[in-house]
Ligand binder design. Sequence first.
Ligand code: PRT
Ligand code: ZN
Length: 286
Amino acid sequence: METKLKIAVQKSGRLYDDSIKILKECGIELQNGMNKLLNEATNFPMQILFLRDDDIPQYVEDGVADIGIVGENIIYETNKNVSLIDRLGFGKCRLSIAVPRNENYADGSFLNKKRIATTYPLLLQQFLDKNKIDAEIHEISGSVEITTGVGLADAICDLVSSGSTLFSNGLKETEVILNSEAALISNKNLSTEKQLLLKKLLFRLQAVKKAKKYKYILLNAPDDKLDIICSLIPGMKSPTILPLGISGWSSLHSVVHEDDFWNIIEGLKENGAEGILIAPIEKMIL
Ligand code: PRT
Ligand code: ZN
């Protein structure tokens, strides 16, 4: 029987869409109309298991799934024996402490002898121990943000992304315990065949991730400025240079990193570049 790599992804929720999307960008298509628990890729030896995010590390540790996509917050809180293979760039959030906005919070010592409500008792305890804070942890299963308002806790420890949940509950963020994003985890005892499949998947993932950081750039440059313009957009090896239909001008093609993007554009314009076109790149293999 053909070996298949079993991947666990969130069944529904914040990570579902981006998990399916990143598989798709890696050229992995799911079958239509299959049940909601298990799916099979049509063009890669892969099965997809749909689970609650909290259960994914356990399934991967047990080898029921070989790999999984889950938030780092869940990986560290569940503390299962799995390997973190790669961060995936979506599902970004932070695990933070927040207190009522009118409190005078100078530093962590504010939390001494206070009650903190959370669904992340392990990560919170580690933070308290590290900072020698003696606080009481109230583990609850949800709606952490309302606990201070109803007098159940003095502070909370919860995930934050935009901050609007904290704001609308009269809270302010005072400490960031962990920065988190979705990550790929793996079972520690994969067979050689499965390791090879994982390697194939990782190769594709790198190409997709790299492409997201770069843009394709096309422009027209006066020939007497070619040297300086080429030095601004060196690309992977060098820019492609093609003569234009009118003399004294060339067309240049290259790639630029998004972090340098606006600085480079300024430099290009100062040196007479015209007709600059920027396009997204889908995959990038170096
Ligand atoms: O059903 P299942 O157990 O699978 O899903 P879930 O309800 O436990 O998780 P879900 O879908 O809400 O989140 C899945 C993962 O998304 C989390 O484990 C994080 O890794 C990641 N993530 C990213 C977030 C957020 N951003 C986030 N903002 N998870 C939760 N939130 C919540 C937070 O708990 C708070 O209630 O959103 C609220 C705060 O958001 P802001 O934008 O108001 O700050
Ligand atoms: Zn969950």
